[in-house]
Design a protein around this ligand. Structure first.
Ligand SMILES: Nc1ncnc2c1ncn2[C@@H]1O[C@H](COP(=O)(O)OP(=O)(O)OP(=O)(O)O)[C@@H](O)[C@H]1O
Ligand SMILES: *[C@@H]1O[C@H](CO)[C@@H](O)[C@H](O)[C@H]1NC(C)=O
Ligand SMILES: *[C@@H]1O[C@H](CO)[C@@H](O)[C@H](O)[C@H]1NC(C)=O
Ligand SMILES: *[C@@H]1O[C@H](CO)[C@@H](O)[C@H](O)[C@H]1NC(C)=O
Ligand SMILES: *[C@@H]1O[C@H](CO)[C@@H](O)[C@H](O)[C@H]1NC(C)=O
Ligand SMILES: *[C@@H]1O[C@H](CO)[C@@H](O)[C@H](O)[C@H]1NC(C)=O
Ligand SMILES: *[C@@H]1O[C@H](CO)[C@@H](O)[C@H](O)[C@H]1NC(C)=O
Length: 664
């Protein structure tokens, strides 16, 4: 019987002991909160993906609570120890919403409490009332003057009241006695220890950066008899609140133990914080996505802008008939690159039609002269293009090779072989030019140009009228060969739709007298201009010297010829060294013959060549002949000077293209 009693008693004692130890040893640890059984209210949640305890999300003016679901037994001499890692991630680095409080509370949701500066702990009626039974350690990031806060980055001990019983700027003491500030809202994870010793009734609070050793000296140390304030069964957990600034409050891990030291957190097991900030996903949507989108849009706009600009920059005009005409078309882009963007430095001359640029074709490194001709008339242009399409096929050593063309809105680009010595007029008239052409060179050039013009008139399948022979259109290659350039270009300025009634073309002083009346460019008008050119070369004078007395070169030489003093007209700069008087006289006389007032009386280019080569002696034509009569000594001369007026200039037409292709 007695034994029975002892068994019952000992069982009771054991059960009681078990009960007390069960309470006194209460402890838990959360290295991350995945699957943790916590009592959550308000905004608080455990993030499903990484197991963070998020007390508040980005909703402003709200609170969140997370408490251990079962209360702890807090008796008169109870001690506790707890530690947790937290992070306050704010939209702005220097501002944040309120903060986090570790709390001993009679409830898990603190009903009636307010967010913002009340930290979800109290409201304005119960703040400071001892019937709250709340003791908290606040991590406050806002200076609330109504609660006598010391600053906007402090740690405080709150007993039923947001007016902290004790508070200090966040930071930690290092072991040599120094102090380091910490910014609670830095977003960096930090660790806090809250330790209470029930025997000497001291509450210590220690803050330090995660990973650092726990400082020896606590940040706050307050003597307080907690059992007088908190309930016997009290919940432990966190309260947090947001104000008007978007902030998230995170707890990464938490360890708690009654009557003993809390187990250390395993930092390696703690979940990592969202990378961008507290508003990871929202930020991705509200900031990241627009940034990415605008970057994409910006790039797209840039690329299409560049493409449009390139299209505009390299824009060309191309019509069906040009495709038919075929092959001699350059892309504007190629010409643009060849001239390095048509820069000023590349200009080698300016003529009546526009600027001439030097360029190097990218594909074959060929040096070219590119003439930019502005045009507005489509009609003349069409004929001209048809003509150059075929002119491109002309090959002669005394013709400046037209390599091709390119057409854009309002302008035409003509690509020629580059002539390194420029145009003849510079040598004849440019006072700055040091080199004076000697007679041998001049005669060589004259013969070359004559042969080039003969080729145009007779050497090819079809007659080509040059229309603008003059010294500035005679280009000199590296070996000082004269080459005719610019043929047909004057056509551009003949806007008449009927090619048979073209307007006067050419340059004053080179225009045959019948041209203004007939308005027709013929072989004979070309010969007239060539005659003026001969006189130009021999006399070293422009066909019309505008300086002093306005004198037509042809008339001036004719006057001298009549006086029998033709040799007085010879260019004074011609030295006597290789001066061949017979040749000079021949050239001058031939010049006069070619500029005969009556077209029928001018020689043709084949005869001109024969005279220059001295295959035929120049007839000793009389004054009468030059005045419009027939040659006295040679009746057959008239047959020589076969009529050219009936020969109309060949006008390339659209039909020419098909002919052209059959020739190729
Ligand atoms: N193929 C070329 N190679 C080298 N230089 C050239 C070439 N074509 C033209 N030039 C230079 O550009 C200058 C201007 O040429 P352009 O033919 O446009 O004018 P112009 O013959 O003086 O007058 P117009 O245009 O009335 O015939 C020439 O004087 C010459 O110096
Ligand atoms: C969480 O803890 C409470 C209190 O101990 C208990 O009633 C509840 O069943 C637990 N929930 C889970 C999912 O474990
Ligand atoms: C914050 O959490 C609350 C409660 O879970 C939810 O209703 C709200 O939509 C969340 N806000 C944001 C911005 O995620
Ligand atoms: C303040 O909080 C207390 C206790 O939670 C509650 O009873 C009271 O209604 C609240 N007062 C206001 C004004 O919300
Ligand atoms: C404290 O709160 C209790 C209960 O809510 C109330 O009866 C009492 O009057 C309050 N005391 C003060 C000083 O406000
Ligand atoms: C730490 O913070 C306090 C309060 O804001 C300030 O007065 C002090 O200068 C700071 N110390 C350092 C080292 O930044
Ligand atoms: C609190 O800090 C003081 C002074 O650093 C120390 O003597 C005491 O042991 C600490 N108490 C606890 C419970 O950590």
């Amino acid at each position: 019987m007695l034994e029975m009693k002892t068994i019952v008693v000992s069982t009771l004692v054991w059960v009681l002991l078990l009960r007390t130890t069960a309470f006194s040893d209460q402890s838990f640890i959360f290295n991350g909160f995945r699957g943790a059984n916590l009592s959550l209210s308000g905004l608080a949640e455990i993030t499903s993906d990484d197991g963070l305890l998020r007390l508040t999300n980005t909703t402003t003016q709200h609170k969140g609570h997370a408490f251990y679901p079962t209360p702890i037994r807090f008796e008169k001499s109870s001690s506790f120890s707890t530690t947790f890692v937290f992070s306050i991630l704010s939209e702005y680095p220097d501002l944040s919403s309120h903060g986090i409080a570790f709390a001993l509370s009679p409830t898990t949701d603190l009903p009636g409490s307010l967010p913002s500066q009340f930290l979800g702990l109290f409201n304005n009626t119960n703040n400071g009332n001892s019937s709250n039974h709340v003791v908290a350690v606040e991590l406050d990031t806002i200076l609330s003057t109504e609660f006598d806060d010391i600053d906007d980055n402090h740690v405080g001990i709150d007993v039923n009241d947001l007016r902290s019983a004790s508070s200090t700027t966040a930071g930690y003491f290092i072991d040599d006695g120094g102090f380091r500030n910490l910014s609670l809202r830095s977003g960096e994870p930090m660790q806090l220890w809250v330790e209470y010793d029930g025997t000497d009734m001291r509450l210590n609070v220690t803050l330090f950066p995660v990973g650092a050793p726990k400082p020896e000296v606590p940040l706050l140390s307050k003597t307080i008899e907690l059992s007088k304030f908190v309930l016997k069964d009290t919940y432990v957990g966190f309260s947090s609140s947001t104000g008007s600034i978007i902030t998230s409050h995170y707890i990464l891990g938490w360890s708690f133990k009654m009557n003993g030291k809390a187990e250390d957190l395993d930092l390696s097991e703690l979940p990592s914080l969202p990378r961008i900030g507290p508003k990871d996903k929202p930020r991705l949507l509200t900031v990241g996505l627009p940034v990415i989108l605008s970057a994409v849009v910006f790039t797209a706009v840039m690329i299409s802008g560049i493409m449009l600009w390139r299209r505009y920059k390299y824009a060309e005009l191309l019509e069906d008939w040009e495709l038919e005409c075929g092959p001699r078309r350059f892309s504007y882009k190629d010409l643009y690159q060849a001239t390095k963007g048509f820069r000023e430095r590349g200009i080698i001359g300016t003529g009546g039609f526009g600027r001439v640029y030097k360029g190097v074709l990218q594909n074959d490194q060929r040096e070219v002269a590119i003439k930019r001709v502005s045009h507005e008339s489509r009609q003349g242009l069409r004929e001209f293009l048809a003509e150059i399409a075929s002119i491109g096929h002309l090959r002669h050593r005394n013709i400046a090779q037209l390599l091709g063309y390119c057409r854009r809105k309002g302008e035409l680009l003509l690509v020629y072989d580059y002539m390194s010595n420029g145009s003849l007029d510079k040598f004849l008239f440019d006072k700055n030019k040091q080199t004076v052409l000697n007679w041998r060179q001049r005669f060589h050039i004259v013969k070359g140009v004559a042969s080039g013009l003969l080729y145009l008139h007779e050497g090819w399948e079809q007659l080509v009228i040059h229309r603008d022979i003059k010294s500035s259109n005679v280009l000199l290659d590296g070996e000082m060969n004269g080459r005719l350039g610019d043929f047909g270009l004057s056509r551009l300025y003949n806007h008449g739709t009927d090619p048979q009634t073209t307007n006067v073309a050419g340059t004053l002083g080179y225009i045959a007298p019948e041209l203004p009346m007939t308005g027709r460019n013929t072989v004979a008008t070309d010969v007239f201009a060539f005659g003026a050119f001969l006189l130009e070369v021999a006399c070293g004078r422009r066909p019309i010297e505008s300086s002093d007395e306005v004198m037509n070169l042809v008339d001036w030489v004719m006057d001298h010829w009549r006086k029998g003093a033709v040799m007085e007209t010879v260019d004074a700069r011609l030295g006597s060294d290789d001066f061949v008087a017979e040749e000079v006289e021949l050239v001058i006389k031939l010049g006069l013959l070619c500029t005969h007032g009556v077209p029928h009386s001018r020689p043709n280019m084949r005869q001109v060549m024969q005279f220059l080569d001295r295959d035929i002696e120049l007839p000793d034509f009389s004054m009468d002949y030059m005045n419009g009569g027939v040659p006295e000594h040679d009746r057959g001369f008239d047959d020589f000077f076969m009529s050219t007026s009936s020969e109309q200039a060949f006008f390339w037409s659209k039909n020419r293209c098909s002919l052209e292709r059959s020739l190729m």
